[in-house]
Design a protein around this ligand. Structure first.
Ligand code: ADP
Length: 700
């Protein structure tokens, strides 16, 4: 890798954080006796630590998408329900100070904290409830477990944005996220980026959408095989709506696809299978990383410093017809492997079938692996994936929360599933909109008697992610900080403070988060915006698309909207008549509508618009590579639209109409054509938008 490259810069920044986490792991390793210590030769599966006496029973905790119907909230035994949540914190969320009880000693700090606590509605939190409760307790915020008649500051939803009707505050889901990360939608979004930037997006396996692209899949595989007869690929077929490994199978040849009636009714993605994953103890494993999308506009992304690694339970062999159906060898899903007799629950975060990612990094670094490079590649993968998802998310967002209408602001924790290849290159497997936040698993106490017990590794990672997400979203943070500073100053000015408690209260209040560990979520965007902004072409296309949508709440562009786009961006010419633009619209829209399940409203979806845009860009800027063609066309469109906006402003100022009442120049295309003047001539301001504004606002 080149010195000074974005990856190198990222690595340098991450070094301090990830390496620190790995060092912390190292410290833990020293106090724990870990038979599988790093640097030792790889051993047989299950040899790394003493086996649990009994194989694990079916388990409540899972790592997949929380789309599966959740089980009733677990009832933890009282003694276990209050585990030590984070090092340095007592179960009450107070910092542990040697020799002191965690109960309130003087009451001083609270006395000075007159600001009301942040309120959280947890009534729809479902399976994340336990981790959420611990987090709220640590933050000393106020939970409303059954909802509240008055608005809350934060709403925590277990499944989707629509779990509750909310009109204010903040909610932990974006509208449309569940749809966006489904296997087919994600594959389509990444494919658009792969067309534009093939090198940058080579972290996602080549994928085809079934049944639509079955013939294409067959043809492409045949073509490569003809060119290279030694190529013996394996493919993995994944149902679109599946999760937790449900319905997944491996094939060696396209003809092995189960093209029964079910495939027609159950669309799927078929993907190149990564045959050479990195192994630890001869086992395949994947990484679950937690990513916070804090805001869509402006884009803000955070990554958790630690994640989970989920292990297979049967030693890995490269796929062959004999082992293709060995799910415990090929699929890393926790929900599947828990059923294997080899599954190992461990009290340690660095052994067993589920471990912290930092423990894996520690192990790799002790073998000489450049873990800074691993981290920087992972950060790039995450940022690029979010950049692929955001354009359509914006379309969903404006549809559910149209500008100018009351609505909550959104944030969301995403679960990124990543596979490390043998050469340490990270590969994106999938993104979960509802990563499991369960912090307990089922244990068989005696034959047939199961109990939910806390899972140390889950708790360590997940409570930190939820708590620190809340800290970042804290709506009262600024107020609390300024109040604390004021208080700190006033107490400090009392030179001879008689009580040391008072002095320490002043110090404690100077930083209201002093009792909490440092935040585990690190900002990667906009921090690295400069390195990645050039990739955001589809985002800019989405802005154009949204501008011409016109009617509030819609997600599809009507024919008039498309015409207005062509006209206002001055894209029609002698070689592209308006009639040709109409035909382009009809052709592409019809094809996309026959492919997509979502038939809510008719018209051109964003992805169809992107296809049309590519076509127009290729026609206009023939000699350039695709991404430059597209970038040039976007520049051109933005330029013409800015001219229109300026013109509109000038006309508005000159009193032709009230600028404040006008919409942006692209938006009102769905309105009737402009009313001609009495003489039948067009009105003075000549762009369509302006004329419509006249007809809307002044002709009445
Ligand atoms: P699900 O949502 O059902 O868990 P995933 O896409 O996560 O579906 O796939 C399930 C598992 O299959 C992954 O955890 C991983 O172990 C394995 N897997 C998925 N895709 C690939 C791939 N392209 N190459 C290798 N293994 C894969």
């Amino acid at each position: 890798m080149l010195r000074g490259s974005p990856e190198r810069e990222l690595a340098a920044w991450w070094e301090a954080e990830a390496v620190a986490a790995t060092k912390a792991q190292a410290a833990k390793e020293q106090v724990r006796v870990d038979p599988g210590a790093a640097g030792e030769p790889e051993r047989k599966a299950g040899e790394e630590q003493p086996k649990e006496p009994a194989p694990a029973p079916p388990c409540a905790a899972e790592e997949g998408d929380a789309r599966i119907p959740p089980r009733p909230p677990p009832t933890l035994p009282v003694s276990l329900a209050k585990p030590e949540p984070v090092s340095g914190l007592c179960p009450h969320g107070k910092s542990r100070i040697k020799g002191r009880s965690c109960k309130r000693s003087s009451g001083q700090p609270d006395e000075y904290c007159s600001l009301r606590p942040v309120t959280v509605d947890s009534s729809k939190a479902r399976t994340s409830l336990d981790a959420l409760k611990i987090s709220i307790r640590q933050l000393k915020w106020k939970e409303f477990p059954f909802g509240r008649r008055l608005p809350c500051d934060i709403y925590w939803h277990g499944v989707s944005f629509h779990d509750n009707d909310i009109f204010s505050g903040q909610v932990n889901k974006f509208p449309g996220m569940t749809e966006m990360v489904r296997k087919i939608t994600l594959s389509r979004a990444v494919r658009i980026m792969q067309n534009l930037f093939p090198e940058e997006y080579n972290f996602y396996p080549r994928s085809w959408i079934l049944p639509d692209e079955f013939q294409l899949f067959v043809a492409q595989v045949r073509m490569v095989k003809d060119g290279d007869p030694s190529w013996k690929p394996t493919f993995i077929v994944k149902p679109d709506s599946g999760c937790q490994g449900d319905g997944i199978y491996l094939i060696k040849d396209p003809s092995d696809i189960r093209l029964s009636g079910t495939l027609q009714s159950r669309p799927a993605v078929v993907q190149e299978y990564i045959c050479k994953p990195l192994l630890i103890d001869k086992l395949k494993f994947d990484i679950r990383l937690y990513v916070l999308l804090k805001s869509l506009e402006p884009l803000e992304i955070y990554i958790a410093k630690d994640g989970l690694s989920r292990f297979c339970t049967e030693p890995y062999q490269e796929p062959s017809p004999k082992n293709l159906h060995h799910i415990f060898m090929h699929l890393t899903n926790y929900s599947l492997n828990i059923h294997s007799g080899n599954f190992i629950h461990s009290d340690s975060t660095s052994t067993g079938s589920k471990r912290t990612f930092s423990s894996i990094l520690y192990r790799l670094s002790s073998k000489g692996v450049d873990i800074k490079k691993v981290w920087s590649d992972i950060i790039s993968l995450v940022i690029k994936t979010v950049i692929a998802l955001t354009p359509e998310l914006k379309v969903f967002y404006q549809s559910d929360i149209p500008a100018g209408r009351p609505g909550p602001t959104c944030f969301q924790i995403l679960g990124f599933d990543i596979l490390l290849m043998k050469n340490l290159k990270p590969i994106l497997l999938e993104v979960n909109a509802n990563p499991s936040m369960r912090i307990e698993h089922e244990q068989e106490l005696s034959p047939g008697v199961f109990e939910n017990v806390p899972s140390l590794v889950d708790e360590e990672v997940k409570v930190a992610v939820i708590r620190d997400t809340l800290r970042l979203m804290d709506p009262l943070k600024k107020k609390r900080e300024s109040q604390s500073q004021l208080l700190g100053k006033s107490l400090a000015s009392k030179e001879n403070a008689p009580h040391s408690d008072l002095a320490s209260a002043s110090q404690g209040n100077a930083n209201p988060d002093a009792h909490l560990p440092s935040i585990c979520l690190k900002q990667v965007f906009p921090k690295y915006a400069k390195q990645f902004n050039y990739l955001r072409l589809v985002d800019r296309m989405a802005n154009l698309f949204i501008r011409f949508l016109g009617i509030k709440g819609t997600m599809k562009l009507g024919p008039t909207g498309f015409r207005t786009f062509i006209r206002n961006c001055k894209l029609s010419s002698s070689s592209l008549s308006m009639a040709a633009a109409d035909i382009l619209y009809i052709d592409i829209t019809r094809r996309w509508n026959s492919m997509t399940v979502d038939q809510r409203d008719s018209g051109m979806c964003l992805q169809a618009f992107v296809e049309a845009f590519f076509y127009l860009a290729q026609r206009k800027f023939k000699m350039l590579p695709l991404h430059e063609q597209v970038a040039s066309l976007i520049d051109l469109c933005e330029y013409h639209l800015s001219l229109l906006d300026e013109k509109r402003l000038v006309c508005g100022r000159s009193g032709t109409s009230s600028a404040s009442r006008l919409q942006p120049s692209g938006t009102p295309q769905e309105a009737p054509p402009p009313a001609p003047t009495a003489e039948g001539r067009p009105q003075p301001c000549t762009d369509g938008a302006h004329k419509v504004s006249h007809s809307r606002h002044t002709v009445s």
